[in-house]
Design a protein around this ligand. Sequence first.
Ligand code: GLN
Length: 190
Amino acid sequence: MKIGILALQGAVREHRNLLCRMGVETADVLNPEDLNGIDGLILPGGESTTVGKLLVRYNLLTPIVEQGKKGLPVFGVCTGLILLSKHINNSEQYRLGLMDTYVERNAFGRQLSSFEADMHIPVLGDIPFHTVFIRAPYIDKAGDSVKVLLSYQDKIIFAEQDNFIAAAFHPELTNDTRIHEYFLNKIISM
Ligand code: GLN
């Protein structure tokens, strides 16, 4: 199995290192050709307006949308969650728009803009997952086809729809591989 990591900007290395520790081959995605031969794609955290513009500049926006619609599994983290969303509140920024979600950027307010917490995520079992939020978005509304995997303060922060997964927090900044495993298992079961 080979996992592509969108490598235009942001926390690319952290996903690469985590997957490497799990024994999974990775490929940096910088050009449309890099999408060939990957079994799944990770969209790392960064800054979503910047990554959106770079997706256009590097001719990657349309190819990723097309592959996503054809069933390529995509896991979006933070900025990746924003880019996957069809609706971004009060913003016209570029996006992939593959998930039926409404997101609010930088949504946890000033004091809470970066925080960490142990959370119980039912699909991962009983042991809590250490969640790291950095100027994180949340999903404040989602269509019926979106499965909520975790909410916090009544907002959706981990969700799944068809071949897409989106997390508002950064699992690559912990040593816990369970969310990446969840993504890999999803790929295997598809
Ligand atoms: N606040 C960033 C944005 O709007 C996301 C932050 C992150 O990816 N950690 O794109």
